[in-house]
Every structure is written in C-alpha cells, then in structure tokens.
Design a protein around this ligand. Structure first.
Ligand code: SF4
Ligand code: SF4
Length: 124
C-alpha cells in the first residue's frame, strides 16, 4: 500500500509534503506539464513506506492512502505511478528556495480556496 497525490495538488505545489517525507519518495516531473503529467507532485508507489506523515501536511487535502482514495481520483493511481515507470522524466522533489538559498515561505490557502479547489476537481 502507498499514499497518493491527487489532482487537487495541481498548480498548488507548496511542497509541505516534501518537507516531511522520511524516504524522499515524492517526485516532480522534469518536463513541461501535459494532460497526463500535470503540474503536481507524484508519490512513488513502491518507495512510499506508508508512514502517513505527508497527509496532514497538505493544506489542500490532496493526499490519500490508496485504500481510501475517492472513486473520482481513481485515475490518479496511474498518474502517480509514472514516476516509477519512467524514472528519467522525474526527480525527487525539492523545496523551493530564493536566490540565497533561503526556503520560500509557503502560501497557506484559505478555507474558501480549499473548498473551491475541491469543487473544481469534483472531490467528495
Ligand atoms: S506516506 Fe510517508 S513515505 Fe509515503 S509519501 Fe507520505 S511521507 Fe513519504
Ligand atoms: S503538500 Fe499537498 S498541495 Fe502541497 S505539494 Fe504536497 S501534495 Fe501538493
């Protein structure tokens, strides 16, 4: 079993999950975003140790354990798995820093923004 990042992460990317993952199994796509490889992060399905540390760190509630994944996000299982299937196109996600190496502050979404994002992607 593993955790998954759903499309609720698209264009949010604050990387709170990356900060806490103990095994660095959260990846970013190195090319331009496409429909099949959107601008989000990806959890490696076999490197994930199912520790659950990332899930409460996501302000957009985009992370689920696979056995609790809502049906509307079923397609995101294959989306995440691409970082295992095509490793040359992905790299371990890194935290965003400014030109002097300082971590960039994270933007915390409001409750309304989180709710709107969930409506947009038809999350239950
Ligand atoms: S469940 Fe643990 S190991 Fe898996 S992605 Fe989240 S923090 Fe990393
Ligand atoms: S914390 Fe959530 S929204 Fe932020 S990068 Fe991770 S999965 Fe995406």
């Amino acid at each position: 079993m593993a955790y998954l990042i759903t499309r609720l992460c698209i264009d949010c990317l604050d990387r709170g999950c990356v900060e806490v993952c103990p095994v660095n199994c959260i990846y970013q796509h190195m090319g331009e975003p496409t429909d099949g490889r959107p601008n989000m992060l990806y959890i490696h399905p076999t490197e994930c140790i199912n520790c659950s540390a990332c899930e409460p760190e996501c302000p957009w509630h985009a992370i689920y354990e696979d056995r609790e994944l809502p049906a509307v996000f079923a397609g995101d299982v294959a989306v995440n798995a691409q970082c295992e299937a095509d490793p040359r196109a992905f790299a371990v996600a890194v935290l965003q820093r400014d030109g002097q190496g300082r971590l960039l502050p994270k933007r915390r979404p409001t409750a309304d923004e989180v709710a709107e994002n969930r409506r947009k992607w038809e999350a239950p």
